[in-house]
Design a protein around this ligand. Sequence first.
Ligand code: NAD
Length: 262
Amino acid sequence: MDLGLKDRVALVAASSQGIGRATAEAFAAEGCRLAMCARNEKALHSAAEKIRKQHNCEVFAEAFDVTDASAVGRFVRDVAQKFGGVDVCVTNAGGPPAKGFLAATLEDWQRAVDANFLSTVYFAREVIPYMQRKRWGRIVTITSITTKQPVADLVLSNAVRAAVVGLVRSLANEFGKDGILVNNVGPGFTATDRLKELAKARAAASGKPEQEFFEAWAADAPLKRLGEPREVAETIVWLASDRASYVTGQTVLVDGGMYKGL
Ligand code: NAD
């Protein structure tokens, strides 16, 4: 199936590892020109170089923190200057720490709002004018299954991700007339470093082995396994493609069926 993404400019935030990196690779495989960013310069440039070689594609990579609004602005302008615009923007950042409500500090709350909500606002503000000029654009936010049901000990994610969904629906309403589609993807338990951190935190708190948590997460999904980053990435690429041209304002879960609501 031709996804119609060849030569599109795809920006993927927080993409040195995990779901972000798999997403960058998936866009490269479709023939996109790629812009990547993450905090860790070495990990980012090594990921960018591998993608460049494997897919023989143009990759622009810059290390910065997505909670820095002016750095986001500079990056988007640099990408637009290099590639002539931004067609697809995937927003992403590391997830907030696993904590219950009373254990979470006010600094934790501020960091979660900055990284998991405001960074999305920063990217959207910067990329939308470029998309309006071309009358074509796709914004896909990466959040979590917590947008549909709270997960134990993830109060920061449970609360802050909901704001992203409100933003996604608002942007979809406001910019549909400009040909800009805005959707949200919520991963379930996906095999990345983030999940290892979560297992470690739970093991430390409970005294149980980490493996038990991985097994319980897998058992919770009807597909009886964890998700792969590639599986989240391919859903994001589809949403960004011409094949999803009448889908906007939606949250799509990639969770192996774990969310059981109607
Ligand atoms: P990960 O920890 O493996 O990778 C996170 C990436 O984000 C890395 O490239 C890191 O450098 C980058 N990053 C983190 N904070 C940043 C910042 N402030 N500025 C710039 N770059 C930053 O995480 P992952 O598992 O790929 O998860 C991606 C997102 O999906 C997270 O928000 C996570 O909470 C969410 N999520 C993950 C799972 C899962 O099971 N893995 C489930 C639900 C939701």
